[in-house]
Each structure stands twice: as structure tokens, then as C-alpha cells.
Design a protein. Sequence first.
Length: 276
Amino acid sequence: MTDLAMTRLHEAIVVLYAIGIIFYFVDYLKKDAKSRRIAFWFVSVVWILQSVFLIVYIIQTHRFPILTLFEGIYFYSWLLVSISILLHCVYRADLPVFFINILGFIFMVIHTFAPNQVAQSPVGENLVSELLFIHVMFAILSYVAFSLSFVFSTLYVILYNVLKKKKWTKQWTRLPSLGQAESSSNWAMVIGIPILFISLILGFMWAYITVDNLNVFDVKIIGSFITLFVYCMIVLLNRRDQLHSIRLAWVNICAFLLVIINFFLGSSLSGFHFWY
């Protein structure tokens, strides 16, 4: 198997792993059996691809791949995926599976895009560019999810006020019900959170590789983590039944304003997000 094929294989593993984690996150919050099955199959494909790489590598080198740091990182990631699949099938342990896969994903990203690996790769510069592309793609997808959450929250506020003031007319019949608006807003927010988290992991890895004297207190970095924290708190308070109905809708609308501020103002003040 060529170096280029290996590189593409690792990139595919990272993307598939990220998608699997998103579905595991949705299942953990919503107890959605379908999301859990989808997540399991994505992670299973990741395990198969990792196993293929390990077998090919062992055949080519005639040794087990644990003698260097980056070989050890890859094998460690493979073990984490194996354990998560075992826990999923045998113990049905949702939360441990979710966190084990987050840890495995982080180490898979480190192995694939670490500076040492990029320098040795025949497509090193392309690899860095593709890391940036994947980071931006996931960031935009998270913004789309939060935008949908904002739209449904806004519709909830409109519908709530119309019903409260008893001004219902035929023009409002195209609006979803209060329950549908709230549910759709929550679903979009739950999906956006893991996508943004994955984007931040990939973006930090890209910045570590390419940006000289990386400032971890960069405005865009801090703003992105604050945004992630705010949405996580909204979901947590909602699950504890401390934030719901019209209050949840208004908080969600305010959270989206934070997304907009971070996207435009954070990018303009950032030291290296000038391309956004």
C-alpha cells in the first residue's frame, strides 16, 4: 500500500470517527436508538480501517507497531476503539463508550496530523491544507446547526406570543407547533455541539503545526470555547428541567448572537483567522 493511500486512509478514519462521535453524542442526550446504531457502525468501520492498516504495517515491517511514539499512539487509539466496541456490544455502557471514543479520536488526530508525521509524508503540505479544510468544514456545519436552532427558537417565540395574545389567524397555520419548534431547536443544538468540538480539536492541531508562536489566548480560540461552553450549559440546564419553554428559546437566541459575534468580530481580531 502506497504512502499516499495510507495518508488518505488516515484522513478517512478521522472523518468517519468524527461522524460516529456526533451520533454517539446525540444518542447520549436524546436516548435515540437509531443514532446509537449509526454511531456504532461508523466506529466499526473506523476499527476495520485501523485494523487493515495495522496488518499491512506488520506485514511490511515484520514487527509489531509499538516501537516509536507515533506507532504507540496509533496502537493506543486502536485499542480504545476496540474497547469501545466491546463495551457497546457486551455492557451497553453509553457514557463510557462516548468518552472513550472522544479520547480515541483525539489520539487519532494527533497521529495523523502531528508535525513529525506531516514532515515525513510525501504529501505533507497537502495534508496540512486538508486538515484546515476539514476544520473549516466542521466549523461551518456547526454554525449551520446553531443557525437552525436559532430559527426554530425564533419561531417558538413568535408562536408563543401569538397564542398568548390570542391573535391566531390562518397566516400562522404554516408555523410548527410549540412542541415541534422546541424539539427541532434542541435537536439542532445537540448536533451542533459535537461538530463544533471536533472542529476545535482539528483547528488547534492545524494551528499547532502551521502558526509560529501560537497564542492559545487568541480571541477566536477563546470565543469559540466560550461559545461551546454556553451551548453545553444550555443543554445541561434543559436536561435538568431548569431551562425550557420561552426562556430556553430566548437564551438560545442570545447564544446565537454570541456565535455571530465570534464569527465576525473574533475573526477580525484574531491573529491567524483572517481568511474567515
